[in-house]
Design a protein around this ligand. Structure first.
Ligand code: SAH
Length: 230
């Protein structure tokens, strides 16, 4: 059984790669896939790069080319729900593309020809990832629920408020998760995702994000992955 560990940014994946003693590099579609072991588990670690298309391409290559049996995403996100603070951890129950709008042909947010807007994560892997996150970061606030994705770095208070009003149960916003959820649903591959909150998707988001990614994102991702596979 091969598990894929995916992150969008170098800072997020760096410390995970440090945990792999034997990784070998394979380049496919311009991306570096690192195949090796982590606590004895066969793993492929990869940077998807940022955004939904980059994430979907990466997930497809992992499934078609590398034959992975499960995919775990670890990274950072902006907090949307008022209770979700910088440094908190959010594990996704489901994903939705907040920028998808084929109305009036299809209801707002619905993925055309799928008949739904929300894609659930795998229950068993999500429970396992939630346990790992709580164990790895016991001091951090923990949340589980809906994460929304779109091809936009949300960095104004006005936009964050609009998203919250439109999708009141959304806990956090990022740029990849829903694309991977759709690909994994297409192929029947179990998917789970965890995001540490780097910013509040508001007018301060850019500064908060940059600081957080440099200082803690990598350590958090590695700690959670380590707890997941220990
Ligand atoms: N490197 C650029 C852009 C990073 S994009 C910069 O330094 O500004 C932000 C990345 O973190 C994406 O991979 C996304 O999934 C996540 N993310 C964190 N906060 C976000 C927010 N407020 N809105 C959207 N994505 C966010």
């Amino acid at each position: 059984m091969t598990l894929a560990i995916v992150s969008a940014m170098r800072e997020e994946l760096a410390a995970v790669l440090d945990l792999m003693p034997d990784e070998r590099r394979e380049v496919v579609g311009g991306r570096e896939y690192w195949r090796g072991h982590l606590h004895g588990q066969e793993v492929i670690a990869v940077l998807s790069r940022i955004g939904k298309v980059a994430a979907a391409t990466t997930a497809t290559a992992l499934i078609e080319r590398f034959g992975i049996q499960a995919l775990v995403f670890t990274g950072v996100a902006g907090g949307l729900d008022p209770g979700v603070k910088v440094g908190d951890v959010v594990v996704a129950d489901a994903f939705l593309q907040h920028d998808l709008d084929a109305s009036p042909l299809f209801p707002r947010h619905e993925v055309p020809l799928y008949g739904r807007a929300r894609f659930a994560t795998d229950a068993a892997w999500t429970a396992r990832l939630a346990r790992a996150a709580r164990q790895a970061l016991p001091g951090a606030g923990f949340h589980q629920g809906l994460i929304v994705s779109g091809d936009r770095f949300v960095s104004t208070t006005a936009e964050a408020c609009a998203l919250q009003a439109e999708l009141p149960d959304a806990l956090a916003v990022e740029m990849e998760g829903a694309a991977i959820a759709q690909v994994c649903a297409d192929y029947g591959v179990p998917y789970a995702a965890v995001r540490t909150i780097s910013d509040r998707a508001d007018d301060e988001a850019h500064g908060d994000f940059t600081r957080f990614v440099q200082e803690v994102a990598s350590r958090h991702s590695a700690a959670i992955v380590e707890a997941l596979l220990a």
